[in-house]
Each structure stands twice: as structure tokens, then as C-alpha cells.
Design a protein around this ligand. Structure first.
Ligand SMILES: CC(C)(COP(=O)(O)OP(=O)(O)OC[C@H]1O[C@@H](n2cnc3c(N)ncnc32)[C@H](O)[C@@H]1OP(=O)(O)O)[C@@H](O)C(=O)NCCC(=O)NCCSC(=O)C[C@@](O)(CC(=O)O)C(=O)O
Ligand SMILES: [Mg+2]
Length: 324
């Protein structure tokens, strides 16, 4: 692939500052919604930055027909370089590296400045180690800051789920892990149902993410007309502890963000906790207390996350499904 230089090319100027902020302060940057966009769909690629997803995922893998693999790669590369998505986290789902398309996808995505590479069908930690080596070589070759491309592992099989802790801990570049439900249930010889078929995998992926201190994304919900079913699934995954979900349709974004938004009471309490923590830090106090009760670090961290969710999409409106 030939490399052209032009002003504003993210491949020349490193990652968007927003991406660096996410890497340094993950609790302040929500990872709730990741919108899948088929890389071959020019109309979707030219408009989807307006929908307000936390991240968009340009898909070069299963959402793209074989005969469109090369044209989709070019389309995604030009979209990344266009600057349209400068304020949104950009993710490219490449084809696996052992397919005829994987290396070319990776080369194009890293050179064009993708914030994150999503590796589908990750089964072992070695898959990520190999990906990291390939990414580093491309970064060096094109002059992109080494280490600036982040990685996401998508786990889509029994092997991936069983190896989730090793995968999640395999690279400092790996900032998130996603469970992919459709391929997973095929591998498990079952079908999507009431969620019980995903329960073990969800828990395994989530525990791996927490051990490695990275973000965890839940599966896509395929029926875009079934708002009630979508919200029921969101309720389950939020309770389990997922940071968010991969999505296939813009209509799912606000529903998800509203479900993750705090109530006004939760926000007020979080602000008090953070104020108390900041006061204690300013006074050089080792112990943070609020109303006579000691507050520990995980509570302060959770309070900061609550404030970041409210900053991103307001407080939760229980009746309308939207946020204020
Ligand atoms: C489902 C449907 C056909 C419905 O279409 P509809 O037209 O009925 O939708 P409408 O709501 O009417 O669209 C209103 C307006 O939004 C625009 N719009 C729609 N969707 C948009 C979007 N995604 N991005 C930007 N724009 C969008 C649309 O163009 C229109 O724009 P406009 O005409 O201007 O008004 C459509 O959404 C769609 O194609 N989704 C993406 C599907 C996809 O990517 N599948 C592969 C990934 S899963 C996989 O691979 C499995 C996995 O690997 C997963 C894992 O790894 O996690 C595993 O194993 O589990
Ligand atoms: Mg899949």
C-alpha cells in the first residue's frame, strides 16, 4: 500500500488527544456503546459520527461480503483519514491475521490512525502477542507513535472464553475485551435464548476484564425493533458489571446510554464523595470520610465513573427512555 502525506492525517500526527485521555483516565471516558458499521456501507460511514456512540467500529470482517473486502478496506481507510470521526473513538474490526485479508486490514487501519484494532475470534494470549508485534512493526514503518494503537480482543468461542484471563492480560495495549455471542453460541452448539446460554461466558469475560483492569463489552442484540428485550438484556449486563455493549443500530445508543446514566440521587451522592476525596487530598489526609463514614478507593473510583456517565449523557429519565 502506498503512503501519502497530507495535513491532518492522523497516521502522521499520532492518536487523537481524546484517545490518549481515554487510555490515561479510563474511568472518565465511558465505554458504553460501540456501534458496528459495515465497512462496505459508504452511506453509513459518511454519517455515523453524528449518533453519539462512545466508539464506532468499522467492520472489515463478517459484516463485509468476500467480494467487497478490498473496497471496504479502502473505504474505511479514507473515512479514518477524513477527520469526520475526530471526536469519536474509532475501532477497526480486522479479519483474523491467518486469513488472506487480515494483514492488509491491519496495515490500512494502523496507517490511517485507527484508535483501536479489534481482533475477532481471539482464542489465545499468543493471538494478541502476534497482533501487537505486527502493529508495532507498522507503527515504526509509518512513523506513528509506537504504542499509540490500542487493541481489543473479541472472544467468540469456548477456547477464547476459557483463556479469557490470559488474553485480557496479554498486552499493555489491550484496553478492552468483548464477548461475541453469535459465533460463541455456534461453537457451543446452542442458540441465542434467554441469556442462560451466555451466562458462563459473560462471567468469565467480565472476571478476566476486572483482573486485567480493562473494559468489557457485552454481545450485540440483533432485533433492532425489540426495545423491551434490548433493555432487559442491558439491565442484566449492567448488573453483572459490563462497561457497555457492542451495538448494531443507532436506535440502540440512547437506550443504552440512558440505562447507564445515574439517577439524580446517585449523581448527587457521587459528587459529595468526590468532593470529600478532593478535600482530603488537599488537606493531606490519608483517610477520606463523608458524614463520619470512611470511604475507600473503589467507592471514589465508582463515584468518578458516575459523574463521567452523567457528563456524557445526563441523568436517567425513568419513563421516556431518554436522558436530560
Ligand atoms: C440491522 C440493520 C440491517 C437494520 O437496518 P435498518 O435500515 O432497518 O435500520 P434503521 O434503524 O431503519 O436505520 C435508520 C438509519 O440508520 C442507519 N443505520 C442503521 N444501522 C446503522 C449502523 N450500524 N451504523 C450506522 N448507521 C446505521 C440507516 O442507514 C438509516 O440511515 P438513513 O437511511 O440515513 O435514515 C442495520 O442497522 C445494520 O446493518 N446494522 C449493522 C449490522 C452489522 O454490522 N452486523 C455485523 C456485526 S454483528 C457480528 O458480526 C456478530 C458478532 O461477530 C458480533 C461481535 O463480534 O460482537 C458475533 O459473533 O456475535
Ligand atoms: Mg463474530
Amino acid at each position: 500500500m502506498s503512503e501519502t502525506t497530507h495535513a491532518g492525517d492522523p497516521a502522521r500526527h499520532g492518536p487523537h488527544p481524546d484517545a490518549l485521555a481515554r487510555a490515561r483516565h479510563p474511568h472518565r471516558m465511558p465505554h458504553r456503546s460501540m456501534l458496528f458499521l459495515p465497512g462496505s456501507n459508504a452511506a453509513m460511514l459518511s454519517t455515523a459520527y453524528i449518533y453519539g456512540a462512545d466508539a464506532v467500529m468499522f467492520d472489515l470482517e463478517d459484516g463485509v461480503a468476500l467480494r467487497e473486502k478490498d473496497s471496504a478496506r479502502l473505504l474505511v481507510m479514507h473515512t479514518l483519514r477524513s477527520g469526520l470521526y475526530a471526536g469519536v473513538e474509532t475501532v477497526v474490526r480486522i479479519n483474523p491475521l491467518d486469513t488472506p485479508f487480515g494483514r492488509a486490514d491491519l496495515e490500512a487501519a494502523v496507517r490511517a490512525g485507527a484508535d483501536v484494532i479489534r481482533l475477532p475470534k481471539t482464542e489465545t494470549a499468543q493471538d494478541i502477542v502476534d497482533l501487537e508485534a505486527a502493529v508495532e512493526s507498522i507503527e515504526r514503518d509509518c512513523g506513528r507513535e509506537v504504542g499509540s494503537t490500542r487493541l481489543m480482543a473479541a472472544v467468540e468461542s469456548a477456547a477464547g472464553v476459557v483463556n479469557a484471563v490470559a488474553i485480557a492480560s496479554s498486552s499493555p495495549r489491550l484496553t478492552s475485551i468483548a464477548l461475541a455471542g453469535f459465533d460463541y453460541v455456534i461453537d457451543m452448539r446452542t442458540t441465542r435464548g434467554d441469556g442462560s446460554e451466555l451466562f458462563y461466558a459473560r462471567c468469565a469475560v467480565l472476571h478476566a476484564a476486572r483482573v486485567a483492569r480493562i473494559a468489557a463489552y457485552d454481545v450485540v442484540f440483533s432485533d433492532v425493533e425489540d426495545e423491551e428485550g434490548f433493555l432487559a438484556e442491558v439491565d442484566v449486563i449492567k448488573r453483572l458489571g459490563f462497561d457497555g455493549k457492542s451495538l448494531i443500530n443507532p436506535r440502540q445508543i440512547d437506550l443504552l446510554h440512558n440505562a447507564y446514566a445515574p439517577t439524580q440521587d446517585e449523581l448527587d451522592r457521587a459528587r459529595l464523595v468526590v468532593e470529600a476525596a478532593e478535600h482530603a487530598a488537599a488537606e493531606g489526609l490519608g483517610v477520606v470520610s463523608l458524614g463520619g463514614k470512611m470511604i475507600d478507593a473503589p467507592i471514589i473510583e465508582a463515584a468518578r465513573r458516575t459523574i463521567s456517565y452523567a457528563a456524557a449523557s445526563g441523568v436517567r429519565l425513568e419513563t421516556t427512555g431518554t436522558t436530560s
